[in-house]
Design a binder for this molecule. Sequence first.
Ligand code: M6R
Length: 603
Amino acid sequence: MCGIVGYIGANEKKEFLLNGLKELEYRGYDSAGIAVLKDGNISAFKATGKLDNLKNKTENFNSIGFGLGIGHTRWATHGKPTEINAHPHQGEYSYVIHNGIIENYKEIKEELQKDGIKFLSQTDTEVIVHQFEKYINSGLSAQDAFTKTIAMLQGAYAILLITKDQPDTIFFAKNAVPLIVGKNSENDKFFASSDSPLIGYANEVVYLEDGEYGWLSKEELCLCKEDVCINPSFKPLGKDKIYAQKEGYRFFMEKEIYEQSVVVSETLMGRVNDENIELDELKDIDFDNIEAIKICACGTSYHAALTSAYLFERISKIRCEVEIASEFRYKEPLLDKKTLFIVISQSGETADTLETLKMAKKAGMKTLAICNVDNSSIVRLADATLLTRAGIEKGVASTKAFATQIITLWLFVLFLGRKKGTINSDKMQSEIKAILHIPSVLHVKDNIHEKLKRLSKRYLHGHGFFFIGRDIFFPLALEGALKLKEISYLHAEGYPAGEMKHGPIALADSELFTVALMPRTILYDKTKSNVEELSARDATILAISPEEFELADDFIKTSKQDHPMGEFFEMMIITQLLALEISIRLGNDVDMPRNLAKSVTVE
Ligand code: M6R
């Protein structure tokens, strides 16, 4: 989703701005822009499409010497992805960039229009700059004008504003959308909406909290909340956040699929010993009163949650319910303090998931985040966090984050079962053996990848895909279908195999492709019957199983695993590679699929 960068200093401003936006590119965007204030003048550039278009436009622009710069990648929410709607938005002498949504922009806009102010764009953002200038024109200082403008805004925002009225200062505000202030030893100052643009530039950072706003110059950071000044506390920026590079793979998604074995080993590192699961992060949490679990998440993280619900109930015998965050937040849920509230999020910034966490905290529930991004909003809010340790995931279609989420949840299932006394030591031993085996299951086999490359050419048309499975293979079916539709734009649905005859089977014909997940360790015969029913209606079957299946049109043979989770992860890789290869054959941009964003910071 939208990305923000800002810079104060004497170096070439467009370099940090464009490099920073490049780092945020993977989040998804449809236009970009920068504005630089130097020697009392503001130069602004905008372009639709890829960042290269903006780069071309700024080719002959230089800005060495003290000045300010702000930059933005936009993922359209209000108004089409046009150059006019791209940020920065301008007033008479100020420019603003904004991530999020201003919910009450219509009322503010109407009032401004009554004063004769003309709007250029269709965005909600533009009201900010006009309202700010209206206050300045009425005689307020830039600081007071900004404070009053921010006080009017309802919704989610990370805002940077520059103005000729105060040419050494960037004004900023943050609410429900991330914003970071950074500085380096030369006292250059930076802003970014996540860590990655700051790496290599800043060495100390402040992660702003909701409701904070202020102004930053070369000399000072003035940080406020509810009209009160706060002492900013800078802390070192982690040096271990390496830039993700493709390293010879065709796409980041492909690289991330291949990385899964390594990152899952990272997830397990230091958390499993011979006899037990050690989760130091949870040592201060008292689980004695916890009688049930509620999990909220979106998209792929929701599928990880669904998978874990089977494990919580089956292995640790604790009741577990899973809900889609965007539904949960408006259903007026009954929240019980004896229920542990878990949120799962790769980015840690998903607006709906974050909101459910706030609701749970307000209700006094114990909260746990399963997250990939340290210092993200969700991590900072939850009582405790288990980091999934997948490393930066750049492909919009999540792969390694999903694998590590499930491993983290499985570890927690075992940890909790042990604490509650519902897992005996024999069971613990066999589960530990199984979980430690997963990194080897996750090595991508050349022959399987080659086969999928060849098979993919038969699956580029048709009127849809069914992914079917039972038990934990049902959420895997949902995830397989989501992966395929995200990057191939083909219609795909995941179903419990047993649901077919309750309606979906009406669609079966030779142009309906069924991807059948047929593990040996769970309900093989039942799934097989469901697939036979589809085959009898002439559906084209791609079966994935360790058992030969004579009715399959195409067959991917998996290895004989002893534990269902071993089969789960082997089949997960196959569904990920299938989606990847179909998307590549269709000529799509695998890493940045249309209409999608990596971090969904608006509801
Ligand atoms: O960052 P989160 O895990 O909270 O994101 C949730 C979904 O937006 C995300 O999983 C989305 O479905 C991915 N594009 C899946 O590939």
